[in-house]
Design a protein around this ligand. Structure first.
Ligand SMILES: C[S@@+](CC[C@H](N)C(=O)[O-])C[C@H]1O[C@@H](n2cnc3c(N)ncnc32)[C@H](O)[C@@H]1O
Length: 200
């Protein structure tokens, strides 16, 4: 089923859906897909691209989207597509100023400093996210990991591509819960919620 649901229009993102869309959002690492499904439902005019590399996550989202017994015939929601590969490749293939919003919800923290290069919030990726977002577009980022929280503060403090005010500690209105956020609450960790704005 996945090929029918896969986003295949990196060069012209608004054309990648089976209905006209006025805006395009990208979620990086959707995990179980609950946040992607909710945010897409909340924004019916938006073409939503949900990316994930983890097979179990892809299966979990597909089972949410495809009713039992309809594997052969099911079509993706008209304004929703999946990118089942590394989001960084998709970013590279996209034109400048094509996205209206990006989400990075509870990215893998890679807490050991020798793995810091694998963290998604990284100067190289910031350049790419800045390039594909439209000026003034929002990038929502959340993390519950103290090492990552400190890292985001440090990296965003040294860059000038985004306005990066301090994070909220309550989930802001219009955001939706995720599986990793629920895990953080269960295990007593305090999530941080950042809203970055792409500078011109
Ligand atoms: C800690 S989980 C969080 C999942 C979900 N956002 C949540 O909050 O429940 C991070 C996810 O990002 C995915 N991921 C990591 N790097 C990625 C990349 N470059 N492209 C797409 N997905 C990625 C991982 O496979 C993993 O499922």
């Amino acid at each position: 089923m996945l090929p029918r649901f896969t986003f295949a229009s990196a060069e012209n993102p608004t054309a990648g859906f089976s209905t006209p869309v006025s805006r395009v959002f990208l979620e990086i690492g959707f995990g179980g897909g609950e946040h992607a499904a909710t945010q897409s439902e909340m924004n019916p005019d938006v073409g939503y691209i949900a990316s994930e590399v983890f097979e179990n996550g892809l299966c979990s989202l597909m089972s949410r989207l495809v009713p039992e017994g309809q594997d052969e015939t099911a079509e993706p929601p008209p304004h929703f597509r999946i990118w089942p590969e590394d989001a960084r490749q998709l970013l590279k293939d996209m034109p400048d100023n094509c996205l209206n919003r990006a989400y990075l919800m509870f990215p893998d923290p890679w807490p050991k400093s020798r793995h810091a290069k694998r963290r998604f919030i990284h100067p190289e990726n910031l350049k790419e996210v800045h390039r594909v977002l439209k000026p003034g577009a929002i990038w929502r980022v959340a993390s519950d990991h103290p090492v990552y929280q400190e890292w985001v503060t440090e990296v965003m403090g040294k860059q000038d591509l985004f306005d990066a005010p301090p994070p909220e500690t309550e989930r802001p209105e219009g955001w939706s819960p995720t599986r990793y956020e629920a895990k953080a609450f269960r295990e007593g960790r305090q999530p941080f919620y950042w809203t970055f704005t792409r500078r011109p």
